[in-house]
Design a protein around this ligand. Structure first.
Ligand SMILES: Cc1cc2nc3c(=O)[nH]c(=O)nc-3n(C[C@H](O)[C@H](O)[C@H](O)COP(=O)(O)OP(=O)(O)OC[C@H]3O[C@@H](n4cnc5c(N)ncnc54)[C@H](O)[C@@H]3O)c2cc1C
Length: 293
């Protein structure tokens, strides 16, 4: 017999009970992340429509529950103790409409589909369009912000608003949506078919440790420098805490060898930061999103 959900999970089930789709109480989050690390959410809800997502955020807010948007979970480190609130997965929001050469998609659309449609610079980046817009994901060839025509997102007061590219405030791996925690609902993009997607995929397969769970680059590149190079030159490839290890293939990746805990990753992060400061006097800040309640 399954254990009965605790009080917090039951309170969440109650406030969401008339919304469409299933709410899963005390859902383990590790399988929802590419790092395969982290404890349970109080509840996980996958709204089948944009309206249901908006309503769930509004209700979580008004009842004082922490909430977190989950795309592909490919940039997240979930703490071992889990997340004491509502995790909202955008996985079902996959509307797809092409018109006059532009593409409008729901936030949960896999980024790989958009890359194949006309976003070669984004080839091989895991996750969803919503997560990519929040993070202004990209490669050394360019970022998703350069292709955005408009973004529809939820404001803190519960209204939905459409943002122009300038209003999105895209900067290096950052946007207004990430800074203000505004849920991205849908995105309109123009194509960029100027390059070869397959060459980029092959380059990534050669240079990234794609055979082990990770969350991509852990540290932001300091202006004009490569975090991976600084870590490599500090002799840190292969450095390990528990089952968390600095990749031998790409020094800015931390991989999970199997049973890594979030605590292991955080200790390894600190170790790397200290060593790089000692060697180069440069403090590496995090690109990895460490989930906080
Ligand atoms: C092997 C590997 C390679 C990678 N390579 C790259 C790379 O080359 N370039 C790069 O930029 N990144 C890379 N990443 C990191 C990651 O894939 C990107 O940052 C990706 O865009 C995150 O999207 P996601 O849907 O997985 O977001 P998640 O990890 O689910 O979430 C990331 C952040 O965005 C927020 N978020 C998610 N969805 C929404 C939404 N709809 N509205 C508002 N906020 C939202 C979350 O709350 C969280 O703060 C890599 C990761 C891996 C594992």
């Amino acid at each position: 017999m399954e254990a009965r959900p605790g009080d917090g999970a039951r309170a969440l089930l109650r406030i969401l009970r008339d919304l469409p789709g299933k709410v899963r109480p005390e859902e383990p989050l590790a399988p929802h992340t590419t790092f395969r690390i982290g404890g349970r959410a109080l509840a996980l809800y996958r709204p089948p429509t944009e309206e249901a997502l908006v309503e769930a955020v509004v209700r979580a807010r008004s009842h004082g529950f922490p909430w977190l948007l989950l795309g592909g979970g490919s940039k997240l480190l979930v703490p071992d103790r889990g997340f004491p609130g509502l995790v909202l997965s955008t996985a079902a929001l996959r509307a797809w409409r092409e018109e006059d050469g532009t593409l409008t998609v729901g936030a949960g659309t896999p980024l790989s589909r958009v890359a194949r449609w006309g976003g070669w610079k984004l080839a091989g980046i895991p996750g969803t369009v919503g997560g990519a817009v929040a993070m202004n994901a990209g490669t050394r060839y360019g970022s998703i912000g350069e292709q955005i025509l408009s973004v529809r997102a939820l404001l803190p007061d519960g209204r939905v608003r459409t943002f122009t590219p300038e209003e999105c405030r895209f900067t290096y791996r950052d946007s207004l949506f990430r800074r203000l925690r505004l849920p991205v609902l849908a995105v309109a993009l123009r194509p960029d078919r100027g390059g070869d997607l397959r060459t980029l995929l092959a380059e990534r397969a050669r240079t990234q440790p794609l055979d082990l769970p990770s969350a991509g680059c852990v540290f932001r590149n300091p202006p004009g420098q490569s975090a991976g190079w600084l870590i490599d030159q500090s002799g840190l490839k292969g450095a390990r805490v528990g089952d968390a290890v600095v990749s031998e293939r790409h020094a800015n990746f931390i991989c999970n060898l199997g049973r890594a805990r979030a605590q292991d990753v955080l200790e390894l992060v600190e170790f790397v930061q200290d060593r790089v400061v000692d060697r180069f006097g440069v403090w590496l800040s995090l690109e990895l999103e460490v989930v906080e309640a």
